[in-house]
Ligand binder design. Structure first.
Ligand SMILES: Cc1cc2nc3c(=O)[nH]c(=O)nc-3n(C[C@H](O)[C@H](O)[C@H](O)COP(=O)(O)O)c2cc1C
Length: 172
């Protein structure tokens, strides 16, 4: 069966932790399919090897990309992502950064769509409270939102539900 490449970047470890929880949940429904990589140690070729991709990114410095994703960003410009299916998850803090909640998810989603990929794994914005987000499209977020500052108790269930959604949407 096709593999899913999960690429994450993390400054203080939360997104890394969520990436491995995500793998645990996927392993229950698609054993051994998800392969986890740190974007800080990955090349464009590492990404292009996969048709199915999950990108995990926290927002930092008020509406900015996490450092390793930020450094990787120019490399997308030489990548043809036509035919790739990408699902995103983001970490953020809706109470502390309610005007930039999960902005990095929106920025990264725009970039992969510009490179020809399809974005899957949209998620309702209903269970969050924030003012503005570049990840928001009407009633949806462009990926799963995780808030390890204000809603830690919801994390595991959110991951579990989203993993099942993505499995269906990827038709795996
Ligand atoms: C200085 C600073 C700036 C931040 N800026 C944002 C932001 O603009 N939007 C947001 O949703 N979260 C923001 N956050 C929250 C982080 O995204 C959150 O703590 C996340 O869990 C960090 O993930 P990491 O440990 O994988 O780096 C910020 C946190 C700090 C400390």
């Amino acid at each position: 069966m096709a593999k899913i490449g999960l690429f994450y970047g993390s400054n203080t470890g939360n997104t890394e932790n969520v990436a491995f929880q995500m793998k645990e949940e996927f392993d229950k429904i698609l054993p051994g399919v998800v392969e986890v990589h740190n974007i800080g140690r990955s090349t464009p070729e590492d990404i292009l090897r996969y048709t199915y991709l999950i990108f995990g990114i926290p927002t930092w410095n008020t509406g900015e990309l996490q450092d390793d994703w930020d450094a990787f960003m120019p490399r997308f410009d030489s990548m043809d992502m036509t035919g790739k299916k990408v699902a995103l998850f983001g970490l953020g803090d809706q109470n502390g950064y309610g005007f930039n909640f999960l902005d990095a998810v929106g920025i990264l989603a725009d970039k992969v769509m510009e490179r020809g990929a399809q974005v899957w794994g949209l998620w309702s914005k209903q269970s969050y409270e924030f003012e503005e987000s570049k990840a928001r499209v009407e009633e949806y977020l462009l990926g799963l939102g995780i808030d390890e500052v204000g809603q830690t108790e919801m994390t595991r269930e959110r991951i579990r539900t989203w993993a099942k959604d993505v499995k269906k949407e990827f038709a795996l």
